[in-house]
Ligand binder design. Structure first.
Ligand code: HPA
Length: 236
């Protein structure tokens, strides 16, 4: 038990999939997993443990932003013995080469957040995913013949920026191709605790074209991302 998760210490599998939205976690558990048990409902941050093709796996919402995923990922790694967390989220495209519904694997994360400095004094604005998890996800996409792009992702603390063109600065300076709000804290915690983390994203909107995904198309893109994530676990 932790202040935020009511489950007993053996309730989670070694690998946890983390969408931002707890109702997404419920959807994943109901549509993809077998032998499912709900293991958390504190703050409605639903978590489930089940199996995929016989392999134990958990799924839990992270909430939005680095403070939220920072809390849940820390407790999963540190209290529940979780080894791998794969974030399965959405992002906004900074690059004109990314189209709506593309699936992107973060191979580096940039953030101007103070999360690292405050957590352990590490001021490096970049964090890296687990090379082993990324390799597995890339080979999973390859096996399934599903396109998967890679690139630097911007983890941003602010969704509504005063200047909507501010993204160009981050694109040009740090070569970030997309923006989301959680990966930096997840990768930081994994690094500090000697664990593994990866981040898969579907492009839900574009800062270049101002397009946004329809609900139905979002679901199709989400399904492709989930197939890549789940196949990588089944081969783990
Ligand atoms: N900004 C931040 N996070 C996001 C976005 C965005 O435009 N789209 C999806 N997640």
């Amino acid at each position: 038990m932790t202040p935020h998760i009511e489950a007993p210490s053996s309730a989670f599998a070694k690998t946890v999939l983390m969408p931002g939205d707890p109702l997404r976690a419920k959807f994943i558990a109901e549509h993809y997993l077998e032998n499912v048990q709900q293991v958390n409902q504190v703050r409605n941050m639903f978590a489930y443990t089940g199996t995929y093709k016989g392999v134990p796996v958990s799924v839990m919402g992270s909430g939005m932003g680095m403070p939220s995923i920072g809390i849940y990922s820390w407790e999963l790694y540190n209290v529940y013995g979780v080894e791998n967390i794969i974030r399965v989220g959405s992002c906004g495209a900074y690059s004109a080469d990314l189209n709506l519904y593309d699936v992107l694997l973060a191979d580096r994360v940039f953030s101007e957040s103070t999360f690292g400095t405050v957590q352990n004094g590490d001021p490096d604005p970049f964090r890296m995913p687990s090379a082993a998890l990324n390799q597995r996800l890339l080979s999973s996409a390859d096996t399934l013949s599903l396109p998967l792009q890679t690139g630097t992702v911007h983890s941003c603390d602010v969704f509504y920026r005063q200047d909507p063109d501010d993204y160009l600065r981050i694109l040009h300076t740090h070569h970030a191709v997309a923006v989301e709000m959680e990966a930096f804290a997840l990768f930081h915690n994994a690094q500090v605790l000697g664990k593994h983390a990866a981040c898969l994203l579907t492009v839900s909107d574009s800062l270049v074209t101002a397009e946004a995904a329809s609900a139905e198309a979002r679901q199709t893109a989400f399904t492709r991302m989930m197939e890549i994530a789940l196949h990588s676990i089944s081969r783990a």
